[in-house]
Design a protein around this ligand. Sequence first.
Ligand code: DP6
Length: 395
Amino acid sequence: MSDNTVYRASTTAPVNIAVIKYWGKRDAALNLPTNSSLSVTLSQKSLKTHTTASCSASYTGADSLLLNDEPEDIQSNKRTQACLQLLKRFRHDIEVKNPSAPKLSTMPLKLVSINNFPTAAGLASSAAGFAALVRAIANLYELPHTPTQLSLVARQGSGSACRSLMGGYVAWRAGTARDGSDSIAEEIAPVSHWPNLKALILVVSADKKGVASTAGMQTTVETSTLFKTRAESIVPQRMEEMEAAIHAKDFAKFAEITMRDSNSFHATCLDSWPPIHYLNDVSRAAMNAVETCNRKAGKLIAAYTFDAGPNAVIYYEEENEKLVAGVFRYVLQQVKGWEGEYGAQIPSNEQGGLEAKTVMTLKAGVSRVICTGVGDGPERVEEHLVDDRGKPVRI
Ligand code: DP6
């Protein structure tokens, strides 16, 4: 008798933006970092990946992934394979201990995933993507693992993904073990500890596709003379200071470390050979605008940070919304993204003393904004992207 049961589990997972950057691997095969990093998980009201994991004895063929309606080649993707093999092994252990448990580990997986943000926005979606994939399969397999234990799996998909398995403020400890068993992510403070941290993302259109982070960080490790000092002494001290700043909700300290660490990371990129340029004139105009807001306020009320691309992420506290996001709203009122729960409450300010050139560059180069704030980790949802006969559905 054939069993047509389709097993399903779904989750959403957030994007995270690091305030102390992961850049550099000490082991590329296990995806182990050269330094610890720390990030803020962003609200899923603004940005999320929704993934359904399903399996059935009636499915034929290999494991498959449909991402934003397009089939992905996961067979030749070593990183996805590493995640799937580990999760199947964990499920297999459960099946060995409990012979009446359905043999899910032997069934083909059908994974369907959608991002609620446009891929064209140029936002790194690999963190939310791998976190959602790992969390959805862990739910499907009913694994007893904690988010920290699962971070070991997600890390192998994409380093930054291990930090998207938790909400609030998350540290990824580099660890020292050769097998990576202590390279894990842990929540250092929940959203409720410091809920009024907001983020404004300026999406900047890049002329051409930049160097992918995986390749870029390898070039930096191999060629930058600044990099060693960053990894060995600068970041370890910053991790301690940043954790203290978060625990104390000391925004000025948080802002200083965030900006200095972004600058330090981009300095090692420029110090790589061939040099890697992620920032452009629009990114520099965003930095300039943030510096002006801070100067006008007489203290640090805004912090910029940039990943492997020109988009700016600007952190600020809700009480300073008008003085920070309000200035950008005034300057960029014509661009999309001010609608929605986070954006609608931002009052338009005036130009805030920004130089004319900065205003012109921002107006010409920012294609949209995303208004968001600190948010929770993955959430289990009952909206499945696969129906009970195994067919993908749109919701
Ligand atoms: C600049 O996590 O994309 O965003 O592990 O090779 O997949 P891989 O790299 P990835 O790198 C992210 C780098 C960063 C900084 C950060 O998020 O910490």
